[in-house]
Design a protein around this ligand. Structure first.
Ligand SMILES: [Zn+2]
Length: 175
C-alpha cells in the first residue's frame, strides 16, 4: 500500500479501512488537535526538507486527490449542481470539516466564491497575515474537477489566519 514506488496516485477509498471493525471502542471520531498535529508537523517537515513552495504544492496536490476520491466514492449527486452542493454542504458538516456556503456561482464560466466557516484546518489559529488552507484549495479543486470534468484553480483569499472569520475560496478555470 505505501511501500511501492509509484508515478500515479494509488489511493483508493478502501485504504481508509473498516473503522467500525478496527475501532469498536474508539469509534470514528477524534480530536481536531490530532488532525492539526499531523497536518502541521508534516507541513513543517516538508518545508524543512524542501521549501515552502514545494510544501504548498504537495499539500494542494494531496487535497486535490482527496477531493477527487471523495467525489468518486462518497458523493451521490454527480450531475445536478445544486444537488451536488447541497450534498457537499451536508457531508462537510457531518464530517465536521466545516460549514460550506456558496457566495457566488457561475457554472458556465466555472467561477465560484465559496466560504468555509469553522474550518477544520485553520479556525482558531493565531492570526499571521497568511492564508494557510492549501489542502482545502486542492480539495475543492478536486471536487469541482470531478463534478465538471473541467480543471479549475482554487485560491484562498480570506482565512482565519489572515484575520477573517471564514475562509473564502475563489475558483477560476485553469488557463
Ligand atoms: Zn483558512
Amino acid at each position: 500500500m505505501f511501500k511501492e514506488e509509484r508515478e500515479e496516485a494509488l489511493f483508493n477509498w478502501g485504504m481508509i479501512g473498516n473503522i467500525a471493525e478496527g475501532r469498536p471502542n474508539m469509534g470514528s471520531t477524534m480530536d481536531v488537535t490530532v488532525y492539526r498535529l499531523m497536518q502541521f508537523t508534516l507541513r513543517d517537515v516538508l518545508i524543512q526538507e524542501f521549501d515552502p513552495a514545494a510544501a504548498d504544492r504537495l499539500f494542494y496536490k494531496a487535497g486535490e486527490l482527496a477531493g477527487r476520491e471523495l467525489f468518486k466514492s462518497v458523493i451521490t449527486q454527480k450531475t445536478d449542481f445544486a444537488a451536488f452542493i447541497q450534498e457537499l454542504e451536508d457531508l462537510l458538516s457531518a464530517l465536521k470539516i466545516g460549514i460550506l456556503r456558496v457566495e457566488q456561482s457561475d457554472l458556465e464560466k466555472m467561477e465560484f466564491t465559496l466560504t468555509v466557516a469553522e474550518d477544520l484546518d485553520c479556525s482558531g489559529l493565531p492570526v499571521s497575515d497568511e492564508t494557510i488552507c492549501t489542502y482545502d484549495e486542492g480539495f475543492i479543486s478536486g471536487l469541482l474537477l470531478e463534478f465538471s470534468g473541467k480543471p479549475v484553480i482554487v485560491k484562498e483569499v480570506d482565512c482565519w489566519c489572515s484575520g477573517d472569520r471564514v475562509c473564502r475560496f475563489q475558483v477560476r478555470p485553469a488557463a
